[in-house]
Design a binder for this molecule. Structure first.
Ligand code: FAD
Length: 355
């Protein structure tokens, strides 16, 4: 049996490998000139250890399970060289420090009080408590190289610079010709509905936002550190290994605008009207005054896609959705990188049901 995977992001590559491991012939079609150039590269590079999700215990628990697997499997792509501090804000936080501690205890995520010299970075009026945690970052360039090698070894037929146009029963039309396959997996992340609509299938409810990740030189005091302020309209600062810089994101300023798709794809968003890095930096200084010494270098802009429910409960489940109108077409989207370990279960369920 043959399968085509559309989308050479981390999920499409992982799915192609999982299919090969189950004996399928696989073609992977990616419209860009290389793998992992879109959301899988333009993100915050956090390997989620669960701490980020005090509003969704299930996502926190799944992250706890997936985190050590990801860090072990992609050890050569992981940056462990920094200390990570989570700070709970006094005001406007969805959780208090006490609630955050209880949540971490429930999901089995270790916390320790940050040392006094680290606590001193924070404005005590603004921050209730600061913890040190273990949460690493990944290097998307190294991940790309690792995936390229694995796909080559597994003899996945890779068609780069090839755009999938529409699926029909048993075939995928691309701008370079037609591919025939029993299974077609739509792993196009923010473009999932484009392919569904072009194929005459019903769209899936999705929420998108045009997100800005500012890349900065951190202040000297914060070099070798990451800071995540919880849990509301606050900022995160993390090493961004692929560009030897730090990412700065802010819950209020990172999304430039958001939109939902319910019945039809919305098409590409208009370009951003400029960077909001200055706003992010200014607000971050209220919590960590030393951020006044940070310097914005450039920004990454990417469409971030989640299920509409995630807007309310902050969950990040995997989407694995066979298409009712076109048997054999399956849409797949992982809300975060480590969700990749939820793929095999879904795939095995699909293949065994079809057998
Ligand atoms: C701003 C931002 C910050 C994030 N931060 C984190 C984080 O810190 N940690 C974390 O775990 N997750 C994070 N995420 C989520 C994570 O990046 C995604 O869950 C993950 O990258 C999705 O992988 P993917 O393969 O589904 O998508 P992508 O990497 O976007 O891959 C989809 C691919 O499909 C291709 N494609 C689209 N249409 C077609 C077509 N018609 N034909 C052929 N190819 C096509 C695209 O070119 C693309 O390469 C973040 C996301 C964003 C946007």
């Amino acid at each position: 049996m043959a399968a085509v995977v559309i989308g050479g992001g981390f999920f499409g590559c992982s799915l192609a490998l999982a299919l090969r491991a189950r004996g399928e012939r696989v073609t992977l079609v990616e419209r860009e000139a290389d793998l992992l150039l879109r959301a899988s590269a333009n993100n915050q590079a956090r390997v989620h250890g669960g701490y980020h999700y005090p509003r969704s215990i299930l996502t926190g628990l799944r992250s706890r399970l997936n985190y050590p697997r990801f860090v072990a499997e992609f050890a050569s792509c992981i940056d462990r060289s920094f200390h990570h501090y989570y700070a709970v804000a006094h005001r406007q936080s969805h959780v208090t420090a006490r609630q955050f501690e209880t949540f971490c205890q429930r999901i089995g995520a270790r916390l320790s009080p940050a040392p006094a010299e680290v606590r001193a970075w924070f404005d005590a009026e603004m921050i209730e408590r600061v913890y040190e945690v273990e949460e690493h970052a990944f290097d998307a360039d190294l991940l790309r190289a690792a995936m390229r090698e694995r796909l080559q070894e597994a003899r996945v037929d890779l068609q780069l610079a090839t755009r999938a146009m529409r699926a029909a029963p048993g075939e995928l039309h691309t701008d370079r010709g037609v591919l025939r396959a029993r299974w077609i997996f739509n792993c196009t992340y923010s473009a999932v509905n484009e392919l569904l609509a072009a194929s005459g299938a019903r769209c899936l409810p999705l929420r998108h936002e045009l997100a800005e990740v500012a890349l900065i030189e951190p202040p000297p005091a914060l070099r070798g550190c990451a800071v995540t302020v919880m849990c509301g309209p606050f900022f995160s600062l993390m090493p961004f290994p692929a560009q030897r810089l730090y990412s700065l994101t802010h819950v209020r300023y990172t999304p430039h605008f958001a939109w939902e798709e319910r019945t039809a794809p919305a098409g590409p968003p208009p370009p951003p009207s400029g960077s909001r890095a200055a706003h992010m930096l200014k607000d971050a200084q209220r919590y960590v005054p030393a951020m006044s010494m940070a310097r914005h270098v450039r920004s990454l802009f990417e469409v971030k896609t989640v299920l509409p429910q995630s807007e309310h409960d902050d969950s990040r489940p995997i989407l694995f959705k066979p298409c009712a109108e076109l048997p054999g077409l399956v849409s797949v989207m992982g809300g975060k990188i480590d969700n990749v370990y939820d793929l095999p279960r879904e795939l095995d369920g699909l293949l065994s049901e079809a057998a």
